[in-house]
Design a protein around this ligand. Sequence first.
Ligand code: SAM
Length: 261
Amino acid sequence: MKKLTAPEVAALDPYAFMAVIGKRVIHPGGRASTEALLNRARITKTMNVLDVGCGVGTTAIQIAKRFGARVTVVDISPLMLERAIANVKDAGVGELVTVEHGDILSLSYPDDSFDVVIAEAVTMFVDRGRAAAELARVCKPGGRVLASEFLWREPPTVEAREIFLGQVCPGLHFDTLHDWVDIYQSAGLSAIETDTGPFEMMSPRGFLADEGFAHSLAIMGRVSTRPANIRKMAWLMPRMGKAVPYLGYIVVAGHKQFARV
Ligand SMILES: C[S@@+](CC[C@H](N)C(=O)[O-])C[C@H]1O[C@@H](n2cnc3c(N)ncnc32)[C@H](O)[C@@H]1O
């Protein structure tokens, strides 16, 4: 894995930084929201699954191991792809998981290609309508599209809003539960179902639940032995602490209907 310079570490977005220090679960609801999403996905062994914006490949590895399904994963970031490829190999699921470069706004797959299409914490970073339409386009009629996104669980203070959307994730804006449902309905999906929950990715409890004790220690070791990582954490954590009480996740699940004749 390419070692980043200190200025490169300083310039990473929070999610890429989490990947660099070895965090495996990089979305707001942690493994709990993946569990909610998988419960609604109803994946079976014979299905072809697409995971868009796969990060380091954690959910795809879980799907391959748990359901024995084939999973294609794409991400736009070379840094994430490098880690996803290594993790898939380490997990011994290379025969089931294919890692490819791709952009959620312009996927290279034909219409109606996959039984289940997943995007965890990706649509919110781009043009949401276009991204949701791409996810729906590549899903087979009768298939399912599932996404997890950020949400304010409670109205944030002015300070929490400014810190999170102005400093931690500049340029990001949030939609309400109804906005997210509208976005996926407008993409052509029906029978939309949702789950919501707290942002647990960076709370001590959520961190341990997502990464396990030994891996959490390994991450802490990776942070504490590199000054650039310590500086980045020292900048990030107090800011996250201000926003976390107001943050949550939403899982949106919808069906792609068969075309009417
Ligand atoms: C918050 S992380 C989520 C990663 C992973 N889905 C997970 O839950 O662990 C967002 C991911 O979306 C990827 N991403 C951002 N814009 C993208 C785009 N236009 N197309 C594909 N992936 C994108 C990022 O590189 C990153 O891996």
